[in-house]
Design a protein around this ligand. Structure first.
Ligand code: SF4
Length: 192
């Protein structure tokens, strides 16, 4: 496997380096895997906050994710709550402690660096990275886990309710504006 473009290889090295640098400056008692789990749970919609789907998202084993979640529960960052859709099952939720920690997420500093470097071009960079991610997923298998509004099952503004104006045609569930920006395990990108 050999990319034709030196710039593409340079970009891959830059992404790798940025990923490592984003882990510096963490002052929470959390390791990298625990941060990744919190970030997923902060962004995932109510259909996607389970240990199995977290393992899918991280490309990790269920055993590894189970240990990460056990540590987060012991530290008071994650709790298990009854599922809003199915009272017999549980879903994972962030505690207040975790919500406060997310305000100090080292990834926010990286986002500020991107803003400084790209000015108005952050959206274009995100779009290029999203398309790159789709190629990586196509090669390796796995789910897209993209934002709900980009899904081919998302129906915008079809309900009168201001609390849940949108609809999921796949799961037949109403969706709020916040749901529209959350990531979902069932997402099927509307366009490649
Ligand atoms: S519209 Fe797509 S991404 Fe949104 S909840 Fe439904 S399946 Fe998930």
């Amino acid at each position: 496997m050999s990319p034709r473009s030196p710039a593409a290889l340079e970009a891959a090295h830059l992404i790798d380096r940025l990923e490592r640098l984003a882990r510096l400056g963490e002052d929470e008692p959390l390791n990298a895997a625990q941060w990744e789990a919190l970030r997923y749970l902060a962004r995932a919609n109510r259909f996607s906050r389970t240990p199995a789907l977290l393992a899918d998202y991280l490309g990790s084993t269920r055993g590894t994710v189970s240990r990460t979640l056990a540590a987060l529960e012991a530290k008071g960052y994650v709790e298990r709550v009854p599922s809003a859709r199915d009272g017999r099952s549980v879903e994972l939720a962030l505690t207040k402690l975790a919500e406060e920690a997310m305000k100090r997420d080292p990834l926010l500093a990286l986002a500020e660096d991107i803003e400084r470097a790209t000015g108005d071009g952050a959206a274009a960079l995100a779009d290029a990275l999203r398309r790159t991610l789709r190629h990586a997923i196509a090669r390796n298998g796995g789910r897209a886990f993209e934002a709900c509004f980009s899904c081919r099952h998302f129906r915008a503004g079809v309900h009168a309710s201001p609390r849940a104006p949108h609809h999921c045609a796949l799961l037949d569930e109403p969706l709020s504006d916040a749901d529209g920006t959350a990531i979902c395990a069932e997402n099927e990108p509307a366009a490649a």
